[in-house]
Design a protein around this ligand. Structure first.
Ligand code: JFH
Length: 227
């Protein structure tokens, strides 16, 4: 699967791609991720990517020309992408369902905005969709782009070693939050582990985990319970 990420801060994106599951998937050839410096697609001496908003108001907006030029180049060198995603606080919320849909596509472009956002013509005539990673504002599209790459990549077959840890277990299927997990030592600084987990009674363990998952879901995400 191919990803092209367009940003004014390529180093901010490249670092995280060089660690962990995503880095291993790139090394295995399962993912092909390229990061493009938006300033390379400017034509002026000062490599300006932003300008004042028409109508006034605070802050600056990303100009359309470098973003369109970057996508033109990606099309020439990498082919027409299946989706061109604009990261934005007012996009479609990123969910497991959205990540799953994107993971079936062969080539995604992700456009990272900065400042107060991007010229609306990018959203309307260049991007094919706008995605939000949640109801809070971060300072630009780079962290959202990394979240999208990571969440989507995990759903590409072979990227996560143990497929059953992706979506296979019964709790993920039921749409509940995770149950608590413990590992050795069985006693740490006077803190124990729920005895049922040490009991070896698999049916009892399953029952306890489900109860814990339901309790956590009721507490933190009652919207997920269909009651
Ligand atoms: C991004 C930024 C917008 C102004 C709320 C009302 C007024 C700062 C590009 C995505 C999610 C983002 C995100 C994605 C791309 C960009 C910063 C945008 C405003 C804010 C201020 C620039 C933020 N899910 N959160 N944040 N910014 N808005």
């Amino acid at each position: 699967m191919k990803f092209d990420i367009v940003t004014i801060f390529p180093k901010m994106v490249e670092g995280p791609l060089q660690e962990g599951i995503v880095a291993r998937a790139i090394a295995k050839g399962l993912l092909d991720v390229r990061v493009h410096d938006l300033r390379d697609y400017t034509t002026d001496r000062h490599r300006v990517v932003d300008d004042m908003p028409f109508g006034g108001g605070p802050g600056m907006v990303l100009k359309p020309e470098p973003l369109f030029a970057a996508v033109d180049r990606i099309r020439e060198e990498r082919g027409t992408p299946a989706s061109i995603i604009l990261t934005s606080p007012d996009g479609e919320p990123l969910t497991h369902r959205v990540a799953k849909r994107l993971s079936a596509l062969d080539h995604l472009v992700i456009l990272c905005g900065r400042y107060e956002g991007v010229d609306e013509r990018v959203r309307e005539h260049l991007a094919t969709e706008a995605i939000s990673i949640g109801d809070y504002v971060v300072s630009g599209g780079e962290l959202p782009a990394l979240v999208i790459v990571d969440a989507v990549a995990r759903l590409v077959p072979g990227v996560v070693g143990d497929e059953s840890s992706v979506a296979g277990d019964t709790f993920a299927r039921d749409g509940l939050l995770d149950f608590p997990q413990y590992t050795r030592p069985a006693e740490f600084r006077g803190l124990g582990v729920p005895p049922v987990l040490l009991s070896g009674h698999h049916a009892e363990i399953e029952k306890w985990r489900r109860e814990q998952a339901v309790a956590r879901t009721r507490r933190h995400r009652p919207d997920l319970l269909n009651e």
